[in-house]
Design a protein around this ligand. Structure first.
Ligand code: COA
Ligand code: AMP
Length: 625
């Protein structure tokens, strides 16, 4: 039997024995006696009576083991021309002081802390400081506008907010403080304090009574020890796009998460403690939570926090430069990042300047790895390129080539096989498993493994209705796909209103709410259409109210501006076209899938339930125009 099959079968036939063995690889304050039990909502929970602290596992534990001088974190910032290294001792000491600052300002176990920060080491310190106190952090991606931040502040009700004076994008500085002030003004919930880390590129005005200068407060603070928490206590809430305008607060617990993070570093990424792991992502996304901060540190290796982009900081050789300079063992990013490099340096000429001999593997996730990108990276780097599929909700890969257990054959377009712990099935509309190669709803049989979400923050009903109630005993991923005759999983895309733009997860439903609120708009549809660089881009189609006459270009400008103000630049909403009517079923459901197929030039079948077939020619006319 293959090593993968043996491990996979153990995880499926004796999940408690399998996860007990994995749990023994982390340093609990109180080892769990119960491995799996159900909570008050009937949801399976891992290690419920165990006690631990995630910051302890990520920092103090390694210092105690005599590895305090090992490099924990490398900060590389081409946008500020800064490079800095922190040993485990140094990072632990800094995090203990930031935790002290929070505690002295009233933050305690269970309190929420919203973190809105650029990619600087203080962002990771803020997260770990919360973990140290048992406080629950909620990091909000810097590309989101104040309105999105306000929604998250209202939902999480944070005691304090942590931020920096600015973020730095390609050739532009983004002052964060005015965004924070606006979000707090618009939110019904008011945090008591706002800690601002001043960056010399743009200082913030600390004019409000609640504003605190981060560095001054940290300098005065006493280091705080790790507070023991229950395995099932939340470590963080991370909001992600769903089908409506209101984002979902994915809850992550401490114990299951720590065990899953530790397990994944070896089994999926094949990383040892002396290796250097680089997830080229952002701490605002789940990839950043799991693989910039928690997993590499819990594993005791070196992580890289990169404040730059794959291109234009300063050139498309940035990824290769960082891999060379720090002897990166495994690089993880989204396919869109490599498409950006390929666009600007198609022959990968810059690659020749650098030595990538230490780089063992390149991992990709966040969106489908299209075969041309896979082939380009393979050909240019001669490294194994591993596609793996996961979601904010799961926190770690559901399907992957398990490189630390057994390197399997790669099939282009497939994320390979289910990771041990996950029972992946493809179901039809009535919840029956479909035969090999037939597409359907990709679902996970419960119990989900450790690390996956147990609920949606303060809205358990949304967890039940959004994920669990469609098929009894299964979690529905929201993705469609199929499993082939060899058991390889192919994810074909979302079957709901979620799209992926440059590896960023966004809700077209939310964009529709904003576009539809315009006084001239009677109804609208926002769909994700194919884009060679970003994978998908949103496109709005609007029907005007009867009698409304206006300049369509001016309307487009207004709608684009509105989405940018309310969601943020990251939405990349650039086009809104006026149509006479939208194709619908007789029951009034907009046929978004067909609109997308027309926009992408794909063949489509007209459903028998269509209300007015001529509405399709209208869409073709406008899109071809
Ligand atoms: N703070 C503020 N603004 C941000 C931001 C942040 N953290 N991140 C992105 N934005 C802004 C950008 O500046 C841009 O603004 P503009 O419309 O004024 O130009 C807009 O949001 C769109 O950003 P993006 O879609 O990222 O486009 P880009 O041209 O700046 O970069 C890529 C394109 C492909 C290089 C970039 O998206 C990338 O590196 N993607 C990898 C994605 C990734 O890491 N995903 C995480 C999962 S692994
Ligand atoms: P996020 O929650 O931002 O990580 O986005 C999760 C979604 O991204 C998934 O539901 C998929 O639609 C998509 N996704 C992530 N990884 C992959 C992958 N390897 N292949 C295909 N789609 C992916």
């Amino acid at each position: 039997m293959s090593a993968y099959l043996e491990e996979y079968q153990w995880s499926q036939t004796k999940p408690e024995s399998f996860w007990k063995a994995q749990s023994e690889k982390i340093d609990w304050f109180e080892s769990p006696k119960t491995i799996l039990a159900k909570d008050e909502n009937g949801i399976e929970r891992w290690f419920p009576d165990g006690q631990l602290n995630t910051a302890w596992l990520a920092l103090d534990y390694h210092c105690e083991q005599g590895r305090g001088d090992h490099i924990a974190l490398i900060y590389d910032s081409p946008v500020t021309l800064t490079k800095r290294k922190y040993t485990y001792n140094q990072l632990r000491d800094q995090v203990a002081k930031v935790a002290g600052m929070l505690a002295e300002n009233g933050v305690a176990k269970g309190d929420r802390v919203v973190i809105y920060m650029p990619m600087i080491p203080e962002a990771a310190m803020a997260m770990l400081a919360c973990a140290r106190l048992g406080a629950i952090h909620s990091v909000v991606f810097g590309g989101f506008a104040p309105n999105e931040l306000a929604v998250r502040i209202e939902d999480a009700e944070p005691k304090v907010v942590m931020t920096a004076s600015c973020g730095i994008e390609i050739a532009k500085i983004i002052p964060y403080k005015p965004l924070i002030d606006k979000a707090i003004m618009d939110s019904r919930w008011k945090p008591e304090k706002v800690f601002v880390f001043q960056r010399k590129e743009e200082l913030a005005e600390l004019s409000h009574e609640r504003d605190v200068d981060w560095q001054e407060a940290v300098d005065k603070a006493k280091p705080h020890a790790c507070v023991p928490v229950q395995s099932t206590d939340p470590l963080y809430i991370l909001y992600t796009s769903g089908t409506t305008g209101k984002p979902k607060g994915v809850v992550r617990d401490n114990g299951g998460h720590a065990v899953a993070m530790k397990y994944s570093m070896k089994s999926i990424y094949n990383i040892e403690q002396d290796d250097v792991f680089w997830a080229a992502s952002d701490v605002g996304w789940v990839v950043g939570h799991s693989y910039i901060v928690y997993a590499p540190l819990i594993h005791g290796c070196t992580t890289i926090l990169f404040e730059g982009k794959p291109v234009r900081t300063p050139d498309p050789g940035a990824f290769w430069r960082v891999c060379n300079e720090y002897n990166v063992t495994a690089l993880f990013s989204a396919p869109t990042a490599f498409r950006a490099i390929k666009k600007e340096d198609p022959d990968a000429l810059l690659l020749e300047k650098y030595d990538l001999s230490k780089l063992k593997t390149i991992f990709m996730a966040g969106e489908r790895l299209d075969p041309p990108t896979l082939e380009w990276v393979l050909e240019k780097t001669s490294k194994p390129v591993i596609d793996h599929w996961w979601q904010t909700e799961t926190g770690w890969a559901i399907a992957s080539n398990p490189t630390g257990i057994e390197m399997m054959e790669v099939k282009p377009g497939s994320a390979t096989k289910p990771v041990p712990g996950y029972d992946v099935v493809v179901l039809n509309e009535v919840g029956e498993e479909v035969p090999a190669n037939q597409q359907g709803f990709v679902a996970l049989k419960r119990p989900l493994p450790p690390g996956t979400l147990p609920t949606v923050w303060r809205n358990h009903d949304r967890f039940e209705t959004g994920y669990l109630s469609q098929f009894d005993g299964y979690y529905v991923s929201g993705d469609g796909g199929y499993i082939d005759e060899d058991g390889y999983l192919f994810i074909m895309g979302r079957i709901d209103d979620v799209i992926n733009v440059a590896g960023h997860r966004l809700s077209t439903g939310e964009m529709e709410e904003i576009v539809g609120a315009h006084p001239a708009v009677a109804e609208c549809a926002v769909i994700g259409i194919h884009d060679d660089l970003k994978g998908q881009l949103p496109l709005g189609l609007v029907v005007l109210k009867d009698g409304v006459k206006l300049d369509e270009l001016a309307l487009e400008g207004e709608l684009v501006g509105k989405v940018r103000t309310e969601i943020g630049a990251v939405a990349c909403f650039k086009h809104a076209l006026v149509v006479d009517r939208l194709p619908k079923t007789r029951s009034g459901k907009i046929l978004r899938r067909i609109i997308r197929q027309i926009a992408d030039g794909e063949a489509y079948t007209v459903p028998s339930t269509i209300d007015d077939p001529s509405s399709l020619s209208e869409i073709e006319r406008v899109l071809n125009h």
